[in-house]
Design a protein around this ligand. Structure first.
Ligand code: T3D
Length: 270
C-alpha cells in the first residue's frame, strides 16, 4: 500500500546558523514582521541556552528575516486574546526569561536590527550588548498605543540608555525613532547604510568572537551591577573580578601576545 505523502514541514520560527564561532539567530515570521508567538519563544530560548552551553560559540547575533527585525508580541496570538487573558503570565513565561537569558550570555550578543523593531521587539534588541541598525530601521515603543507599559526590560533600559526625559517621550508617544536618531541619542551603538549592513555585522561579530569572551561577559555584568552602586562599592567589585581574570588563561595569553607582537588566541569562557 502506498504510504501517505509526508505533511509539509512548517518553517522554523527561528533560523539558527553558524559561521566559525558566530551563531546567528534569525527571527523568521516575516509576514508579521517577526512578531513573537508562543511557538517562536519555545524555539528561541532553548536555542539561546544551547549557544550559551556550547564552548565553540563566542559571539551571538540576533536579526530578523524580511523587512522587519521584530514587531513585539504577535497581537493575534491566542495567548494575548480571550476573556481570561493574563499578560503578566505571558511576561513571566516568555519575555522575562528571554531578557534575562540575553543579558547573562557568556559571550557578547549583537542585535542586528535590519528593519523596524517595535514593542517587546525593540526592547529585546536593546537587551543585547551591541545594537547595530540598518539606516532604514526604526525603533517604536509601541506599548502606549495599545494601553500597555514598556516590557522586556524597557522600563529599566530606556532611562539608563537615553535619560528620563527621552525615555518618557519615546514610551509615552510611541513615536517611530529612525535608526540614525537612535544612534545620535545613544539608544543604540551604531547605524550603518543598508548596503553595508550585512558585512558590517559579520565583521563585528567575527571581531567580538576573537576577543576574550569571559572578560567581555564580566564587563557587561559589572557595568550593570555598578549602576545602583556607589563608587567605592563598584571599584571593590572590579578588584574582585580582576583578581579572578588575572589568574585565567586569557590574561597571560593577552600579555604574551602583546610582547610577542602577535595576535592573541583567547579561549576562556564564563
Ligand atoms: O502578551 C502581551 O501582549 C504582552 C506582551 C507585550 C509585548 C509587546 O510587544 S506589546 C506591543 C506589540 N506590538 C505592537 O503593538 C506593534 C504593532 N505593529 C505596528 O505598530 C506596526 O506594524 C509597525 C510600526 C511595527 C510597522 O509598521 P509598518 O507600516 O511598517 O507595517 P504594517 O503594515 O503595520 O505591518 C506589516 C504586517 O505585519 C501587517 O500585516 P498585513 O496587513 O500585511 O497582513 C501587520 O498586521 C503585521 N503586524 C505587525 N505587527 C504585528 C503584526 N501582526 C501581529 N502582531 C504584531 N505585533
Amino acid at each position: 500500500m502506498a504510504s501517505a505523502p509526508a505533511a509539509p514541514e512548517a518553517a522554523p520560527n527561528v533560523l539558527v546558523t553558524s559561521s566559525g564561532a558566530v551563531r546567528t539567530f534569525t527571527l523568521n515570521r516575516p509576514a508579521t514582521l517577526n512578531s513573537f508567538t508562543a511557538a517562536m519563544h519555545a524555539e528561541l530560548l532553548p536555542a539561546l541556552d544551547a549557544a550559551a552551553a556550547d564552548a565553540a560559540v563566542r559571539c551571538v547575533v540576533i536579526t530578523g528575516a524580511g523587512r522587519g527585525f521584530c514587531a513585539g508580541q504577535d497581537l493575534n496570538d491566542p495567548a494575548t486574546s480571550g476573556a481570561d487573558i493574563d499578560l503578566g503570565a505571558v511576561i513571566e513565561r516568555h519575555y522575562r526569561p528571554l531578557s534575562l537569558r540575553v543579558r547573562s550570555m557568556p559571550v557578547p550578543v549583537i542585535a542586528a536590527v535590519n528593519g523596524v523593531a517595535a514593542g517587546a521587539g525593540a526592547n529585546f534588541a536593546l537587551c543585547c550588548d551591541i545594537v547595530i541598525a540598518a539606516r532604514s530601521a526604526s525603533f517604536v515603543q509601541a506599548f502606549s498605543r495599545i494601553g500597555l507599559v514598556p516590557d522586556c526590560g524597557g522600563t529599566w533600559l530606556l532611562p539608563r540608555l537615553v535619560g528620563r526625559a527621552r525615555a518618557l517621550g519615546l514610551a509615552m508617544t510611541g513615536d517611530k525613532l529612525p535608526a540614525e536618531e537612535a544612534e545620535r541619542i545613544g539608544l543604540i551603538w551604531k547605524c550603518v547604510d543598508d548596503a553595508v549592513f550585512g558585512e558590517t555585522v559579520a565583521a563585528l561579530a567575527e571581531r567580538l568572537a576573537s576577543l576574550p569572551s569571559r572578560a567581555l561577559a564580566e564587563t557587561r555584568r559589572l557595568l550593570d551591577a555598578a549602576l545602583p552602586m556607589d563608587f567605592g562599592s563598584a571599584t571593590g567589585i572590579e578588584a574582585g573580578v580582576q583578581r579572578e581574570l588575572g589568574r585565567a588563561h586569557d590574561f597571560s595569553e593577552g600579555v604574551a601576545a602583546f610582547f610577542a607582537k602577535r595576535t592573541p588566541v583567547f579561549r576562556d569562557r564564563g
